[in-house]
Write a protein that binds this ligand. Structure first.
Ligand code: ADP
Ligand code: MG
Length: 443
């Protein structure tokens, strides 16, 4: 017979192994660090300019970052900070090297969602975040999944649960309840409405004293920040159900969206959500905050089957939300929730596999141009780099067969570039006016 104690003991054994893997992977201080990028990568893959042109321009201006010559002696290697400085300061053929960003708008937000575990959500979120940062974008990633794959692969392993999406939701409940109570006191008919009271167990946690920035953690990438998750956040689903009961007029699904609205418009360019493999309070927050929905799916029949039921359940959940109403208006949020774009992205795709190609054409027949042009290919490089909790962008190409690395990177690059173009199209359409805010609508 086995009970919770046996499970706890098995977990303790496993944690020892996890610690060992992290020591092998991260620096001796157990901190993940970001490698430098070679002059070949910088010219050809990152800035996409001629290598000798770039070398000449860097040599001509010694005040530009000059990188470091490593032991192999032939190439210079640059940190991402150095690369970003070069990008800011250098123009090639009068062309700016800065990535496109529509003026005066907030960051564009994309949710990577599907409820099948293993669909590739976290892999896609990680690689898109890294590819975007290499292109010069400032990225905020939000890990909505208590399995915390994205947080762990970004090097955040010791996270207190109050600094996860759960903390954001609980803090939002406190703030929203207060706002509603104030609105009731202020209204003439207020006497008829009950004031909501939250228990000390929620109001006494000190969450209302936290600033927005307390939830945002730096990562080993200087231009990627993360709102992490942790295993202890797994109770969020239970807690959220209780919170809703305490204040049924709380727009629980808009907590993260309100949080993001509270950041300065210019703080980030791209916000990427990694979603849990379930439709629940956390994934509804992700989906509600998203401008664009990306649905990764493996190329097998069961994955197609599961993706089909995912979109069905999501549709029902969003229809339910559209009926949300509150006697105290919950700000200027727009319902029903509408996305600027929805795409299906095939992952772990093998071009030479007949079955995969058949599924690809089935996806195309059913979902038409909602399916992205470029699937993400199945690659040994991801399995290998995954073992080191890293993306293909982080792995030094000298650590594996160059061709394997190149092919894997090219596949992620193509999928990312399509993603970025889709985001830009949505970004351009994003309303000029500020989205949902905490302000009460007049009347
Ligand atoms: N393109 C790929 N090639 C090879 N393995 C992949 C690829 N994408 C994902 N995987 C592997 O599949 C597993 C599940 O991927 P993951 O991104 O964690 O899925 P999810 O977040 O949807 O649960 C991981 O072991 C990952 O390394
Ligand atoms: Mg995942």
């Amino acid at each position: 017979m086995f009970d919770h104690r046996d499970l706890a003991q098995l977990q303790a054994q496993s944690l020892k192994m996890q610690g060992w893997i992290r020591r092998q992977t991260f620096s001796p201080e157990m901190e993940k660090t970001l490698r430098r990028f070679s002059s070949w990568e910088l010219a050809e893959l990152i800035l996409k300019v001629n290598q000798s042109t770039l070398r000449g321009r860097l040599a001509a201006d010694p005040t530009l970052p000059q990188g470091t010559v490593e032991e192999d002696g032939r190439q210079r290697w640059y940190t991402l900070d150095e690369i970003n400085e070069i990008r800011r300061r250098l123009k090639i053929n009068r062309r700016s090297l800065m990535p496109y960003r529509p003026a005066g708008k907030r960051a564009i937000r994309a949710a990577i969602a599907n409820f099948k575990g293993g669909a590739g959500k976290s892999t896609v979120a990680l690689h898109f975040a890294h590819a975007a940062a290499l292109e010069g974008y400032r990225v905020l990633a939000v890990d909505f999944d208590p399995q915390a794959t994205l947080s762990h692969s970004m090097g955040l392993t010791d996270v207190d649960e109050e600094f996860t999406v759960w903390g954001i939701m609980a803090r939002d409940l406190i703030a929203e309840t207060e706002r509603m109570n104030d609105a009731i006191s202020g209204a003439e008919s207020g006497a008829a409405l009950p004031r909501r009271r939250l228990p000390e167990s929620i109001t006494g946690m000190g969450l209302d004293g936290l600033r927005n920035s307390d939830f945002i953690k730096p990562t080993s990438w200087p231009t990627i920040d993360l709102i992490p998750s942790c295993a202890n956040a797994a109770f969020v689903e239970f807690a959220s159900a209780q919170y809703r009961h305490l204040n049924p007029e709380w727009s629980f699904f808009a907590a993260v969206s309100r949080f993001l609205d509270g950041l300065s418009d210019d703080a980030y360019d791209i916000v990427i959500f990694d979603c849990p493999p379930a439709i629940g309070y956390q994934s509804m927050n992700a989906v509600f905050a998203a401008d664009v929905l990306y649905i990764p799916s493996g190329p097998g029949y069961w994955e197609y089957d599961s993706t089909t039921s995912f979109i069905g359940q999501l549709s029902e959940a969003l229809e339910d939300l559209a009926r949300f109403s509150s006697t105290v208006p919950a700000g200027t949020m727009r319902l029903p929730k509408a996305f600027h774009d929805i795409r299906f992205l095939l992952t772990r795709f093998e071009p030479s596999n007949d079955l995969h190609r058949a599924m690809q054409s089935a996806f195309g027949k059913v979902f038409g141009d909602r399916v992205t042009q470029h699937p993400i290919e199945m690659t040994r490089a991801v399995e290998q780099s995954g073992r080191f909790l890293s993306s293909i962008y982080e792995i030094d190409y000298r650590d594996m067969t160059r061709e394997t690395w190149r092919r894997a990177r090219a596949s992620f690059d193509r999928a990312y570039e399509e993603f970025r173009d889709n985001l830009i199209a949505a970004w351009d359409k994003l309303d000029e006016e500020r989205p949902a805010t905490l302000e009460l609508e007049a009347g």
